[in-house]
Design a protein around this ligand. Structure first.
Ligand code: GLU
Length: 409
């Protein structure tokens, strides 16, 4: 099963519980538009670098297409379709007026200079500018992209269409970005952890957390969890994984990573393998990197009590089934990592109104959306004895389905 099939598998499960007619099911599964463009740029050594850029626009039934852009060799149309679909359900679940999209470029930014990444980004915008826009499709950061790339996107788009800060979110603070956007996905993950722990009668201060991935999402989640008293006992990045049963000092780790080092450079911990990290005994395991982490072959060995999906698509359906059988509670990606796009919405609202919120207002509004959405999901799951994932999709499908049908087929 590939990534898009996995997403559609989850959707169909929920659609069947909802007894949705087959013709409506079909309407909601396929992306509206799939764009593939050639991104050829001159590299620093004079050679030509040939990359492929993708944008999948899944649904705009509830508002403009919305979703991130990732730069990674694994990016292809199948992944873009899967992730775009997840964005449709995510934005609906937290009830913000957007649809879903996703895209990226199949390049490896670790092997490129800053100016090469800039040329690639600007060329990509040249090639897709007529299908994006502040009321059409609004990209944002995702894996290996950040405020820096968003600034180039805004700049390039504005050259072609006039001043347009609302064309992209996750911009730098000095270029129409929003306070709190950078931390938002990780903060949302922490709020969801608090909610799920409360719902299962646990306390953050008594829990051990394992975080796979220490980029933007993983590091901010670790920060908020440790500030709330949670013990982060293991983290990883692409270069390695570390473990200390007494807890890691998260501020030290964050400053290490800010200096450009790997988490493996942290001295007060044992170095372990990526697989060992996933198999650690803990209360909450947080995948915060790429998708397809939990598969049939490792699902039986996971010893966490709760999995909070900070990454998009980390659990393949066979693993999800095993987790359900083993009573491992899984908080689905479309809820767990919705803090990022929720704060993107706040940024876009500020851009459209030429107005600025302060950090405390953003955090308050973000926490409220995350808490209310999680309670809606938890309530539906427990009243109907279904998984959190099925419940989350049912709520989202109901909203998108209604908007779609009201507009006419
Ligand atoms: N890439 C993030 C996500 O997967 C954020 C998307 C956005 O802000 O539009 O949710």
């Amino acid at each position: 099963m590939n990534a898009f099939e996995a997403t559609n598998h989850y959707l169909r499960n929920s659609m069947e519980v909802m007894e949705l007619e087959e013709r409506v099911q079909k309407l909601l599964l396929q992306p509206d538009r799939q764009v593939t463009v050639e991104v050829a740029v001159e590299l620093d050594n004079g050679n030509i670098g040939n990359y492929v850029g993708f944008r999948s626009q899944h649904s705009n039934a509830r508002g403009p297409y919305k979703g991130g852009l990732r730069y990674h060799p694994s990016v292809d149309m199948n992944h873009a379709n899967s992730l775009a679909s997840l964005m449709t359900w995510k934005t609906a679940l937290v009830d913000i007026p957007y649809g879903g999209a996703k895209g990226g470029i199949n390049c490896d930014p670790q092997k490129l200079s800053e100016t090469e990444v800039e040329r690639i980004t600007r060329k990509f915008v040249d090639n897709i500018h007529d299908v994006i826009g502040p009321t059409v499709d609004i990209p944002a950061p995702d894996v290996n992209t950040s405020a820096r790339e968003m600034a180039w996107i805004m700049s390039q788009y504005s050259k072609l269409h006039g001043f347009s800060p609302g064309v992209v979110t996750g911009k730098p603070l000095d270029l129409f970005g929003a306070q709190g956007r950078e931390e938002a996905t990780g903060r949302g993950v922490w709020v969801i952890c608090e909610e799920v722990l409360k719902a299962t009668k646990r306390e953050t201060g008594n829990c051990r957390f394992v975080i796979q991935g220490f980029g933007n999402v993983g590091s901010y989640a670790a920060k908020f969890i440790s500030e709330a008293g949670g013990k982060v006992i293991a983290v990883s990045d692409v270069n390695g994984a570390i473990f200390n049963g007494n807890g890691l000092d998260v501020p030290t780790l964050i400053s290490l990573v800010k200096q450009g080092q790997s988490v493996s450079g942290y001295k007060e911990a044992d170095s372990i393998s990526h697989d060992e990290l996933l198999r650690l005994e803990c209360d909450v395991l947080i995948p915060a990197a790429l998708g397809e982490v939990f598969v049939k072959d490792n699902a039986d060995e996971i010893q966490a009590k709760i999995i909070v999906e900070a990454a998009n698509g980390p659990t393949m359906p066979e693993a999800d089934e095993i987790f359900n059988q083993r009573d491992i509670l899984v908080v689905p990606d479309i809820l767990a990592n919705a803090g990022g796009v929720t704060c993107s919405y706040f940024e876009w609202v500020q851009n459209m109104q030429y107005f600025k919120w302060d950090l405390s207002k953003t955090r308050k509004e973000l926490d409220k959306v995350m808490r209310e959405s999680s309670r809606t999901v938890f309530n539906l799951a427990s009243s109907h004895d279904i998984s959190l994932r099925t419940a989350a999709f049912i709520i989202a499908i109901g909203r998108v389905g209604k908007a779609r049908v009201l507009q006419g087929i």
